[in-house]
Design a protein around this ligand. Structure first.
Ligand code: BGC
Length: 797
């Protein structure tokens, strides 16, 4: 009887007659679908599975996870794939006829070619061949563009690629705060500042979702170290949480509507974030009105009943014990029907928005060459020119370059871990320079090429890997060559070349935090190379530039005076060499600005007192728990307030031209503050400039940072003499501080100063405005740390 009713209900609820490929209407009444589900079906819907390839659903090789399909109700399986700099799926060769997935849904082999002793587990006929995806520059490099439009374009391109290959949700963006430069995943994050992180993250989300593909805003919250990340309790004052660590997520959700939010692994307030109702229910859902789905981070199973009761809806990638725990939890009353049904509803709503539900079909491959061009232009726009004495750069074509540094010959496109993209190629820096018309000194090139080949053989733990694996997670970062016995070579190169270009490389990944020695600081080989090359070339009146193909912040105070120019290229993605050449040659005028501070030394950073040291920290402080004693004093908020000298400030970056800022104006309209300033290109070449709007609030009983970023804008490419008016806005709420004692946001009455900077240390124009009476916004008194944090007191010079 039941069997007969279900198809009828199904036809009614889903109005099958109206179904058009790609244009399928949403079911009108999700509750009636929920009523038809058995307890087991509900439990399965909330736990990821290995996918299904059955007509309603399709599998995409290399996806990170799938939801459970219920064929009888027309509910397909949807797939979620990483990640932050492009879609991470597996290229499936076009000569494969079948594909076999292992228990995690990862494609292992083609049984047609390699019959797994004739007993292969469920070989699926291949409906389409997935190919490569575009590897965009690291998230940090994107942040350094300070260009929301370009972030949205990148999102559009990632959305197009996901759509072409049938990926429903892309697991991006990660917007955790760069609390400390040694966090191994910082390259996947935007900034030390929550406003820049939130706004750029929202642009990425909007760009992907413009294409009907979902996103996952991650990792909620305080995933700021890799060491002990699975269990670490982040002990943060309520003020620092609200102003720094939650703020970026709040801004992001206000400016976009991510289909999913991913919980982090760590704890907050002594409880796993994924099982923390104060975080997920009170803040995310009640205060911020978030209406999408909350998903776990991958692989680390917790108590499933706690997670559901805490507000998580979907467990990924899923295992049988989680299904059992849900069923048992409902039966014993630990999980209420209402809680279960709420999560089922969020899951169904997500599935019904997906392209899988809308009958996705493979039509054509994405336009990878167009996206490669976009990746190149984003990479150039994110590069930061740190130093350029006597306008050494740009360098004319045809210049004979002595190219030093192993990374120049095997360059770093991105970091390792889940943000790795299976790309078709990486253009090394040496190749890019040659493509751009520079002559590389052949002898030196030969020496490095042999060194790189030797290191590849030595380091390659996977000699059998395919070409694409060698370009992604099996790609090693080559250590620097020891030149101490090659001083003559350096001398000869100085004679035979016009200039020297030194490349410094630094990898980073999800697997670990960074180290101080040989990572944050230069290695002895790198020091020697910079020293000797600079002195030998300078002795002959020849110039030296350093290109940094690195994950993030490094110590630079001890060596920045040596070269004539320094270009910070980050991880520039697959078009690495060509993009760097675009800046070196002047084809593109640099306009990137630092999304974080470069301190003079690591120990100047307040969080250095409470951050794990790789290899040394294995339990207790900074492992099981971390005290965020620096409180809100992260990055420039600290350095500017205490007037501590730094090497390069937040927001800093040079150009090949100059800009002037006019006298600013401010007015109040529709409950908003609207500020205008005119930027003029006063130099000789075209270029773009970023306007950074900082606020200085009156001192009250709450000690406040000297300045805080509250808005920013970027000009279009301005020709010499051209101007553009940049309009920036903010509300009274946006400039509030958190009054922890009263659980409220407070914008105090008094005189405020708005500063328009081209960096946090170069404020070019200011204008005051006043708030006449105190304004407050009450919030819930939640997420207290398990122990009161002994927060740092600033001594202001
Ligand atoms: C990472 C996430 C990622 C997920 C799926 C986890 O290890 O922390 O960022 O999206 O794996 O691959």
């Amino acid at each position: 009887m039941k069997k007969a009713i279900i198809p009828i209900l199904y036809a009614l609820v889903f109005s099958f007659g109206n179904v058009l490929a790609g244009n399928k209407p949403l079911p009108k009444d999700i509750n009636s679908i929920i009523n038809q589900l058995t307890l087991e079906q509900k439990a399965r819907l909330l736990v990821g599975c290995t996918g299904s390839d059955n007509g309603l659903s399709h599998m995409v090789a290399g996806s990170a996870g799938y939801t459970f399909p219920i064929d009888s109700l027309g509910i397909p399986s949807i797939n979620l794939a990483d990640g932050p700099v492009g879609v991470r799926i597996t290229p499936v060769p076009s000569n494969w006829k079948y594909i076999v997935y292992d228990s995690l849904g990862i494609p292992s082999t083609d049984p047609a070619e390699n019959p797994v002793s004739g007993k292969s587990p469920s070989p699926y006929p291949i409906k389409k061949y997935t190919s490569y995806c575009t590897c965009f520059p690291s998230t940090t490099a994107l942040a350094a563009t300070w260009n929301k439009d370009i972030a949205r374009l990148e999102g559009n391109a990632i959305g197009d690629e996901a759509r072409a290959y049938g990926v429903d949700i892309v697991l991006t963006p990660g917007i955790n705060i760069m609390r400390n430069p040694l966090c191994g995943r910082n390259f996947e994050y935007f900034s030390e500042d929550p406003y820049l992180s939130g706004i750029m993250g929202a642009a990425m989300i909007n760009g992907i979702q413009d294409k009907g593909i979902g996103t996952s805003l991650k990792h909620f919250i305080a995933n700021n170290q890799q060491t002990g990340k699975l269990y670490n309790d982040a002990r943060i004052s309520q003020r620092a949480l609200r102003e720094i660590y939650l703020k970026g997520f709040e801004i992001c959700i206000k400016n976009s509507d991510p289909w999913t939010v991913m919980g982090s692994y760590n704890k907050i307030g002594g409880k796993y974030t994924q099982a923390n109702p104060e975080l997920l229910q009170t803040i995310l859902r009640d205060e911020w009105k978030y209406n999408g789905l909350i998903v776990t981070d991958w692989y680390k199973k917790r108590d499933t009943a706690d997670q559901l009761n805490g507000g998580t809806d979907l467990m990924m990638p899923g295992e049988q014990s989680q299904i059992d725990e849900i069923i048992a939890g409902v039966k014993s009353g630990r999980i209420s029907e209402a809680t279960l049904n709420k999560s089922v509803k969020y899951t169904l709503e997500l599935i019904f928005k997906s392209i899988s539900y809308k009958n996705w079909k493979y039509t054509e491959a994405p336009n990878l060459s167009e996206n490669a061009e976009l990746a190149r232009s984003i990479a150039t726009e994110g590069m930061v020119l740190l130093k350029n004495d006597n306008s050494f750069l740009p360098i004319p074509k045809g210049t004979k370059i002595a190219l030093f540094g192993a990374t120049a010959y095997k360059s770093i496109a991105g970091g390792t871990g889940s943000s790795n993209v299976n790309k078709a190629h990486i253009t090394d820096i040496s190749t890019g320079l040659e493509n751009g018309g520079y002559q590389l000194n052949n002898r030196l090139k030969g020496i490095y090429t042999k060194f790189v080949e030797f290191q590849n053989d030595l380091l390659d733990k996977h000699p059998q890997s395919t070409d694409w694996e060698k370009l992604s997670y099996n790609r090693t970062v080559i250590p620097e060559m020891d030149l101490t016995k090659a001083e003559n070579t350096i001398e000869q190169e100085a004679k035979n070349s016009d200039i020297a270009l030194i490349v410094i490389g630094r990898g980073s990944g999800e697997e670990s935090d960074r180290r101080l020695e040989g990572d944050f600081y230069l290695t002895p080989e790198e020091k020697f190379m910079i020293d000797k090359v600079s002195s030998q070339f300078h002795a002959l009146g020849k110039k030296v530039a350093v290109v940094m193909n690195v994950c993030g912040v490094m110590e630079m105070n001890s060596w920045k005076e040596k070269p004539d120019a320094i270009l910070l290229a980050w991880f520039p993605g697959q078009e690495c060499g060509d993009a760097i050449t675009d800046i070196i040659s002047g084809k593109v005028n640099p306009s990137g600005k630092l999304p974080m501070t470069f301190p003079t030394d690591y120990f100047d950073i307040p969080s250095s007192k409470n951050f794990p040291m790789v290899g040394e920290t294995k339990s207790g402080k900074n492992f099981d728990y971390t005290n965020y004693e620096e409180d809100i004093w992260v990055g420039y908020r600290y350095f500017n307030t205490v007037k501590q000298s730094i090497v390069y400030p937040f927001g800093y970056g040079l150009s090949y031209t100059n800009f002037s800022f006019s006298k600013p104006k401010i007015e109040r309209k529709n409950n908003k503050w609207i500020a205008n300033i005119e930027v003029t290109n006063t130099g000789n070449v075209s270029g773009k400039e970023v306007v950074q709007l900082y606020i200085s609030a009156p001192e009250t009983f709450i000690q406040k940072p000297d300045i805080e970023l509250k808005a920013f804008g970027k000009t279009r490419e301005l020709k010499p003499g051209e101007s553009e008016i940049i309009k920036l806005q903010f509300t009274d709420y946006d400039i509030a501080s958190f009054d922890e004692n009263n659980s409220q946001w407070l914008t105090s009455k008094g005189k405020y100063l708005l500063s328009f900077g081209s960096s946090s240390n170069d404020l070019k124009a200011t204008i005051p405005f006043s708030i006449r009476k105190d304004k407050t916004w009450k919030v819930n008194d939640v997420l207290k740390p398990v122990e009161k944090v002994n927060v740092m007191k600033l001594s202001i010079k």
